[in-house]
Structures are given as structure tokens and as C-alpha cells.
Design a protein around this ligand. Structure first.
Ligand code: ADP
Ligand code: MG
Length: 468
């Protein structure tokens, strides 16, 4: 496979049926090939076909199109965008939608574009009616960092869009760590799109800071993570509230996005969504991140640190180092700053909201080259151009490994993930890790070091598999 298979595969689509046909000439088979090309699998009945390009079927109005292609410079939609947008923008149905796609697949824009299209179809919020009617779109996400990221990503589009449309489209976010006064203040200017963590939204509703009478679009982003973090009750509570309070004239639409499909997600979909379109984006085409995965043996933290010190010099910052315990974070950051001239910032759950935001900012701006983080930072955070992810300690679950390494290799760029395995790891986990690394290897150059293989008897098992 080529060194940049995402981009290579993009151009190899040229010459296939669907790229060269006018809409009226597209056959059922062409649409099927298109779906196969982007590993899009759908169910749910009466599913709209994916978009072949941003302009396809004039689903996206001119003004938004210009922002996406010229301002953001996104030349073609990602698979999840191709399938989500036509399905949720169908005016006749406003279908509910459940999308399963890995992180870094472009989900934010997949729901922001439809939200703006729907906003533009209804009359603008009168300046006199401020918070009383509440937001038209509500986006729930599991962590403060994700909420802030969605807020920022949305504003990249809404700011330009508002200017061009003479429509003051306001995005507001509500997260823990912001006081009720601050929240009330930011809502007082009006709010069209609200992005929130479930807990803080409930606080705000209970304190009558806002109502949710006219939510047209409800998005549950990273639904599996919200469940993992124990927010199931809060999420269903909000879903129920939005339903009960809704102005009956509004046809509310719910979109749910998740990286993995679980029983709880199915249950929420069955209980709170109306005949949704299900779309899964396969892992083996297009959306597979380009990550070289290396697993190294190291016996102690000191040994790991020695290796790490020489490894980091070979990569361009930003670099993320994951650890399991916050004590390790402090030690590691300190030792690094002492022994190298790199600036290290720390992100973990017991830092205050302000410290976390500050850490992220330093890292995003390139003022810190290395970020040491716990799993809190592993999900969904989009920090561009991370070249290297190090698992100083391997996580306890393979899922977390996947999310951690997914911080690199984003948006068709290559990345490397190096994980240290010591002599005390859980054997089953090491085996799972080996299986994963071997299977998800788009660059075909993973390295599972001999030290790890010897320690965990991995080579032997492979031989046995071949013999029998
Ligand atoms: P997800 O929510 O699926 O993890 P994001 O929405 O955070 O993914 O997008 C990941 C990155 O890809 C972001 O930096 C975003 O700006 C970029 N991106 C989104 N859509 C496109 C596109 N169509 N082409 C290129 N890059 C894109
Ligand atoms: Mg996301």
C-alpha cells in the first residue's frame, strides 16, 4: 500500500463509474459501488444515497458550499459526511440518524452542516426573543474538552455564514467549571446552537437558565463515551425533557454518533429515535487512520524514560504521551523538562477546568511540544498534526488503546504510535494488543518488538498457528 493510502485511494476513484456520470445516468449499481468505495453500509429503509461530491444534488446551499470548499479548503466530503448530510437534510422526512464511525472521520461537520441548513430554512431568531425560546439545535458531548472543540469547529463555519447572511447565528457552550452566572450571561445574548455536557445542561435547566421549547435538531456526539462515563440517565433525561417541552409544531430530528455500537446505544435508539437511518463507516477503507504501530519492551519507568528521550527527538511536535496514573504524569513532565529543553504540558482529570483549558491551548499553539495525558484526552480531541503518540503505560482496555492512538494519523496524515510493554502487563491484554496491531496496519510496517514477543511467548503461538 502507498505511503499515504487515504489520498492515493481518493484519486484512484477517478475512472470508476459514478465519478463520470450525470445524476440521471446513475444506476442502482453505481450507487452501490459508490457506497462500497467509501465502505458505507446502511440500513433502515428508504435511505438516501451518499453524496458524490459537495455539490451533489444541490443539497448544500451555495453559501455553505463556498465556506466548506474555499474557506475551510475541504475538497471532498468524508464518508460519514457523504452519508449523513443527504439523509438528515431531506426536508420531507427529517429522518433520525445513527452513525457509527471512528474518531477523526469528520463527524462534526456532518452534523453542523445539516443544522445550519435547517436553521436557514426557519425565520431568524428575533433579537427581542433571547433565551426564552431556547436553542434550535442542541449538541450533547461527553467532556468539556469535546464540547469546546465542537463549539470552536462550529464557529469556524457559523461566523462566516452569519456575516454573509446577515443572520446572527450564535453558538453557546455549557460545561462544568463555568459558573451558572457565566452560563446565564453567555445565554443572555441569544443562542441558536447550544453545545453542552449532559450534567451541566441539567443543572442549567433546573436553575431555569434556559428552556428547550424549540429544539429542532438534537445531536448526541460520542454517545458510547457518554455511556462509558455514566451519563446514560442524564442523556435520557434530557431526551425526555426535550420531547415533553417541545412546541408541537416542531418536527424534531435526532442524530446520534458513536465510535462503537453497543447494547445501550441500541436501546436509546429504539426508545428515543423514530425509524432512524443506520450508517456504519467500515474500518478497512478510507477511514482507517494511517498509523504505524510500534510496541516496545521496557522494564521500568526509568528504562522507558531513557528510550522515550531518544525517540521524541526523531519526531516533530506536537507529541502526546499517555499515562494511566496522574502521579506518573507529574513525574514524567518534571523529568522531561529537567533533562531536555522541551516544554511539557499536562492534561488529566484532577486538574481544574482552567488548567485543562490552558494546557490544551499551550499545546495547540505549539508553545508546549509534548502533552502528557490520561485517557481523558484520548477520546475525540482533535489536535491537528500530532506526529507521535506514546503509550508510556498501555491502557487497561484495548478500546482505550484505539482511542489514544487515534489522536495521530488524522485527516489523511501519517502518524506513529509507540507503546511500552513491561513485564507486569496483563497477558490477555498484550495478546489482544498484538492481534489489533497486526490487523489494523494500513502501512504494513508495524513492529512488535522481540522483547515483548519473548516475554509473552507471542512468536511461539504464531508458529503453532501456522503449523496446525
Ligand atoms: P470526529 O468528530 O469524527 O472525530 P472531526 O469532526 O473532529 O472528527 O474531524 C477531524 C478532522 O478532520 C478535523 O480537523 C476537521 O477539520 C477535518 N475535516 C473534517 N471534514 C473534512 C473534510 N471533508 N476534508 C478534510 N478534512 C476534514
Ligand atoms: Mg467528534
Amino acid at each position: 500500500m502507498g505511503q499515504n493510502s487515504k489520498i492515493a485511494s481518493e484519486s484512484s476513484y477517478m475512472g470508476k463509474h459514478w465519478t463520470e456520470k450525470s445524476l440521471s445516468k446513475m444506476t442502482e449499481r453505481d450507487w452501490r459501488i459508490l457506497k462500497e468505495d467509501f465502505a458505507i453500509v446502511t440500513k433502515g429503509g428508504a435511505v438516501e444515497n451518499p453524496m458524490r461530491n459537495w455539490e451533489d444534488r444541490n443539497i448544500i446551499p451555495e453559501d455553505l458550499l463556498r465556506i466548506v470548499t474555499q474557506k475551510l479548503q475541504f475538497h471532498s466530503p468524508t464518508p460519514i459526511q457523504r452519508i449523513t448530510i443527504p439523509n438528515v437534510c431531506n426536508t420531507k422526512k427529517y429522518r433520525d440518524f445513527l452513525g457509527v464511525a471512528s474518531t477523526g472521520s469528520g463527524k462534526t461537520l456532518a452534523f453542523i452542516i445539516p443544522i445550519l441548513i435547517r436553521l436557514s430554512r426557519s425565520p431568524p431568531r428575533p433579537p427581542s426573543l433571547k433565551i426564552m425560546d431556547g436553542p434550535k439545535a442542541l449538541i450533547l458531548a461527553p467532556t468539556r474538552e469535546l464540547v469546546q472543540q465542537i463549539h470552536a469547529e462550529s464557529e469556524k463555519v457559523t461566523k462566516i455564514w452569519s456575516r454573509e447572511n446577515d443572520y446572527d447565528c450564535r453558538v453557546v457552550s455549557i460545561v462544568g467549571g463555568h459558573s451558572l452566572e457565566e452560563i446565564s450571561f453567555s445565554l443572555s445574548e441569544g443562542c441558536d446552537i447550544l453545545v453542552a455536557t449532559p450534567g451541566r445542561l441539567i443543572d442549567s435547566l433546573e436553575n431555569h437558565l434556559l428552556v428547550m421549547k424549540q429544539v429542532e435538531t438534537l445531536v448526541l456526539d460520542e454517545a458510547d463515551k457518554m455511556i462509558d462515563l455514566g451519563f446514560e440517565d442524564q442523556v435520557t433525561n434530557i431526551l425526555t425533557k426535550v420531547d415533553i417541552n417541545a412546541d408541537s409544531a416542531i418536527h424534531r430530528q435526532t442524530m446520534m454518533f458513536t465510535a462503537t455500537m453497543t447494547a445501550v446505544i441500541e436501546k436509546i435508539a429504539a426508545g428515543y429515535m423514530k425509524k432512524p437511518v443506520y450508517a456504519t463507516i467500515g474500518l478497512d477503507t478510507g477511514s482507517e487512520p494511517l498509523i504505524q504501530q510500534i510496541v516496545e519492551y521496557a522494564d521500568s519507568d526509568e528504562d522507558k524514560f531513557r528510550k522515550l528521550k531518544s525517540i521524541v527527538t526523531k519526531y516533530e511536535p506536537p507529541i502526546i504521551i499517555f499515562i494511566n496514573y496522574k502521579q506518573t504524569a507529574d513525574w514524567l513532565a518534571e523529568t522531561f523538562q529537567k533533562e531536555t529543553n522541551m516544554k511539557v504540558t499536562i492534561l488529566h482529570g484532577s486538574k481544574s477546568q482552567e488548567q485543562r483549558e490552558h494546557s490544551l491551548q499551550l499545546f495547540r499553539r505549539g508553545e508546549a511540544q509534548i502533552m502528557v495525558a490520561t485517557n481523558v484526552a484520548a477520546r475525540g480531541l482533535d489536535i491537528p498534526n500530532v506526529s507521535l503518540v506514546v503509550n508510556f503505560q498501555i491502557p487497561k482496555k484495548i478500546d482505550d488503546y484505539v482511542h489514544r492512538i487515534g489522536r495521530t494519523g488524522r485527516a489523511a496524515k501519517e502518524g506513529t504510535a509507540i507503546s511500552f510493554v513491561s513485564s507486569t502487563e496483563d497477558e490477555t491484554l498484550v495478546r489482544e494488543l498484538q492481534k489489533y496491531v497486526k490487523k489494523h496496519d494500513p502501512l504494513n510496517n508495524n513492529i512488535f518488538s522481540d522483547g515483548v514477543k519473548t516475554k509473552y511467548n507471542i512468536g511461539k503461538e504464531q508458529k503453532d498457528e501456522i503449523i496446525y
